[in-house]
Design a protein around this ligand. Sequence first.
Ligand SMILES: [Zn+2]
Length: 556
Amino acid sequence: MKIKVLFLLPFACGVLNVSAQNKVKSTATATSLPRPKLVVGIVVDQMRWDYLYRFYDRYSSGGFKRMLNEGFTCENTNIDYIPTVTAIGHSTIYTGSVPALHGIAGNDFIVQATGKSMYCAEDSTVQTVGSTSDAGRMSPRNLLVTTVTDELKLATNFRSKVIGIALKDRGGILPAGHTADAAYWFDDKNGSWISSTYYMKDLPKWVKDFNAKNLPEAYLKKEWQSAFPLNTYLQTLPVESRYEGKLGGATITGFPIKTSELYKGNVGLIRTTPSGNTLTLDLAKAAIANEQMGNGVVTDFLAVSLSSTDYVGHLFGVNSVEVEDTYLHLDKDLAEFFNYLDDKVGKGKYTVFLSADHGAAHNTGFLRAHNVPSDVWDTGAAMTAMNKMLLEKYKSDRIVRSLTNYQVNLNYTVITKAGLDEDAIKADRIKFLEKQPGVAFAVDMQRVATATVPEALRTRIINGYNRELSGVIQIVLQPGWLSGRRVGQNSPTGTGHGTWNPYDTHIPLVFMGWGVKHGSTARATSMTDIAPTLAALLHIQAPNGSIGEVISEVIK
Ligand SMILES: [Zn+2]
């Protein structure tokens, strides 16, 4: 009896398969699987969740507000790893995975076996396309898992068109995945959009035509004008300018920012102005038009990242009129972009999602001036002190290779050569670090599970730790503290990010368009949930390293 079943089963399955295939074929035109014509991913670099509401009153009805009013917002989305930086954020949004698995352990990280510092998107086997500089020697090869864009390609036998666009190479390359048709990023040297031989031998004619228009220079010559009268801004106190950096050689802060005068052939200046985002969306529109994205028989995917918000945020800080103005400009640009999509692809025929790769902290000096505990932790000084002590104790120099991404990277060449005990060095350094002002915890990466740290931290450390690419000790600073260096009594201007704290990890997540319900949830969701949710919406497999869950409330 048993034998009979075993024998019959494969045969029966075969019959079922044939009839199922016939059924699909015969009804394919009548009941083909519904999918959007185009998915547009928008990552706003350094956008804190609260920016959706901080500037809400002056957002137009067509930009951020349109997403909230028509779409579905996940109000409590957090990043589930540290360090919270750009390359990891983009990788995680599109893979549903974390550094422990996806291999992007920082913007820069150290290959522990060799001690070699690696940039997330570097690839020495490829060449720049569209410039004579090395800025194009990039690819997604360091990413070890598939993206949702890869899965779409695999699901449609590569008929879907996938393109990534961002001023920052990593913002375009990592989201577009391994199988992308193209990724484009900005080269400061020749002021144009470039790519690499990973994708193509030559830029398409439409990209060359776009570059020939020399839009960056035209934007810079138009000055950085405020989007609204300055007296309507939240951030107008001139006294706050002492916490702000100055743009490209400017001697004063405030509007109008004379980019025409600051621009002396340095086209890269556009990155730190709202026009950098405008330029990015200009190219996105050109890609949709010229590549006929959203007009084919299968779903296409355009992955856009808006980098200028990050450059402006770093230079001027969270509480600056420049950041406020950058979001007001971006809101107008988004409204225009959504209108363009309505026109070219059709309202209700495309799906958009908007999120961020990380948030940002308040300026430490600004917080201190308002009695909020905050300061900077001098990473360079800490490393010098650690190496000096280790030299005295072990008679070996430079045992600590670097403090990258709030992690201690040890120099294994020195440790092996001198026959030193790595565990003893680690225990010793943890004791030292935990005594430093501003350090909340120093955690041995191989013993995170038993470390006395809050659970939320433990999970983020484990998710962020890649055995081959991360340091051996995770440094966690006190809330409000940031890596940096004081100049005399003055705090550094501007701001940064990279920590586990809500200001760095609480990100916006809004979906709109085809297949998306209208509504919101305050349920805790994670950055790793974005890719599996998109996969569910598209009826494709989740990326192969995804640890996230589908946010089912989003889907109609
Ligand atoms: Zn940044």
